[in-house]
Design a protein around this ligand. Structure first.
Ligand SMILES: Cc1cc2nc3c(=O)[nH]c(=O)nc-3n(C[C@H](O)[C@H](O)[C@H](O)COP(=O)(O)O)c2cc1C
Ligand code: SF4
Length: 487
């Protein structure tokens, strides 16, 4: 097997060693040698921009659990996850998790749904989180809690695991083949899109009534909002020109402003993408994942199905349209922006740098630190261009023991306004709180990117940190996951 010689982060013993390692890889990632604790910590500085006040620089990224009830309500598992989000000490909760605005737009039969019958359940999530946050930090002053609203589009799977019911905006030469969509598979009509926009308005109104501070109109990871941005080949009002491809966002924002005027609107954006990757077929053996390679073919160049990528070389980033998109956000009065990249379905190493791939993944085609650096550098570039927007950065978990040093330096040097944590929150929610309080860091709880939290859902199981979170030890789900991993 052609495993690249990637140094395991757990074997790097000191900050100096980590800095030398970055240097040997030719990567620029800011990293402080010593952590500052207490009020002087850059991670504990409040951020105030007009009417938005965020009590510190720590963010919980949205993370679904694939553990709602069949009718889209939270379960005990879901409530526990949100409680742990609260215990992180983060003052910005970016959406909790993706909540579908309509039943047909659920990414799994267990995704949460925004609907009249789920109001009580969604309210409970926010209340539980806030209570836990108060217990941890002593106050909910400066706490901002949002709800991430989504339609899963191409990745809709509302009724049964394995029964995909894609809602697509255009025919995609690679993804359609992967999803086995027949030649006559329908694209969403403009009238159907209008109905989806209306469901975003209703979901936002509900979030506002339930006391959420903002909603995230999700535009990332290959789901519907993101697919609009690359709908170059679509005809009609929602495709082709930049204006048409952003009509979905503009109409959602306009409607939310009229039904829920006090609600902040935020956008999580895949600022760049890449062509889909797949395991190198020349190397695959024994059904084990192999190194990922880009799936390109001459007939897909120029590549007309991407956003934030160079059509002539679609593994290369081109930020000219994302910059236009951020200008549009400013014009629309949107201040909160969360930058992510790619999609967990077709290029997971871009989105979620990882050493150990999930069951449907591939071995990293690059040192995962290069993936971290790419996301960080993109945010730095965009933040320099848009100093008035509030930027949350993503993809930090792979930094593992050095995450606090990098997070502190990134905020201190102005690379990013707030540091968002995904997988690390599942294994060790309080990592940045501990680091910025001068508490001992619990190394055993540091996420090592084993990917079980992704492999679980890929096999119809709830997500969670199976290896490191005691809650899952000896559980029925852990047994099922072990069986699935052997298959
Ligand atoms: C189990 C799991 C569930 C996720 N669910 C969501 C989601 O609901 N919405 C979203 O925007 N991103 C979701 N993500 C992506 C994360 O928010 C984050 O961008 C990604 O994990 C990279 O950050 P990290 O390196 O800190 O993990 C999910 C990631 C994981 C591992
Ligand atoms: S299962 Fe746990 S250790 Fe593995 S990637 Fe997810 S959070 Fe990290």
């Amino acid at each position: 097997m052609s495993v690249l010689p990637i140094l395991r982060m757990g074997t790097v013993k000191s900050v100096t060693g980590f800095q030398e390692h970055l240097h040997s890889l030719g990567l620029t990632i800011p990293c402080d040698r010593a952590l500052v604790s207490g009020e002087d910590s850059p991670l504990r500085m409040p951020l105030v921009r007009s009417e938005i006040r965020i009590g510190n620089r720590i963010v919980v990224q949205p993370m679904e659990g694939w553990d709602g009830t069949a009718d889209g309500n939270p379960t005990e598992n879901t409530i526990r996850r949100w409680r742990r989000f609260g215990s992180s000490g983060a003052k910005l909760i970016w959406g909790g998790e993706a909540v579908a605005v309509s039943r047909d737009g659920r990414a799994s039969p267990n995704q949460l749904l925004a609907a009249p019958h789920t109001q009580e359940g969604l309210a409970k999530l926010r209340i539980t989180l806030t209570e836990e946050h108060r217990l941890k930090t002593g106050s909910d002053d400066g706490l901002l809690v949002g709800l991430q609203l989504t339609h899963s589009g191409r990745y809709s799977c509302p009724n049964a695991y394995g029964r995909h019911e894609a809602r697509i905006l255009y025919r995609h030469p690679i993804l359609d083949r992967r999803q086995a969509l027949p030649a006559d598979y329908p694209v969403l009509t403009d009238a159907e899109i209008d109905v989806i926009i209306e469901s975003f308005h209703l979901a936002a109104l509900m979030a506002w009534k339930l006391g959420f501070d903002f909603v995230d109109v999700k535009h990332c990871h290959g789901y519907l909002g993101h697919e609009f941005l690359s709908a170059h080949t679509r005809e009609g009002r929602y495709g082709g020109s930049f204006e048409n491809r952003t009509r979905f966002l503009r109409e959602i924002v306009q409607g939310i402003r009229s039904v829920a005027p006090g609600l902040h609107i935020a956008v999580r954006l895949s600022a760049f993408d890449s062509v889909p990757f797949h395991p190198d077929p020349a190397l695959s053996s024994n059904g084990k994942p192999e190194r990922g390679i880009p799936e390109t073919a001459e007939n897909v160049i120029p590549y007309r199905w991407g956003f934030g990528i160079n059509p002539l070389n679609p593994t290369e980033t081109d930020l000219s349209e994302p910059v236009r998109f951020l200008s549009l956000l400013e014009e629309l009065g949107i201040r909160l922006v969360n930058i992510t990249a790619g999609s967990p379905y077709y290029n997971p190493h871009i989105q979620r740098p990882t050493l150990y791939p999930p069951s449907d993944g591939y071995l990293p085609p690059e040192d995962p630190l290069a993936g971290v650096a790419r996301q960080m550098e993109t945010v730095r570039h965009l933040k320099q261009k848009f100093p008035n927007l509030i930027f949350v950065g993503s993809g930090y978990t792979y930094l593992q023991d050095f995450l606090p040093h990098v997070a502190q330096a990134a905020v201190r040097e102005g690379w990013v306004d707030l540091v968002g944590l995904g997988r690390m929150i599942l294994s060790y929610p309080e990592l940045l709180w501990d680091a910025s309080a001068g508490n001992l860091i619990q190394r055993k709880r540091i996420c090592r990117t084993f990917s079980d939290c992704t492999t679980g859902p890929r096999n119809g199981l709830p997500s969670g940190c199976y290896p490191l979170d005691d809650y899952y030890k000896n559980s029925k789900e852990a047994e099922q996951l072990a069986i699935a991993k052997k298959r």
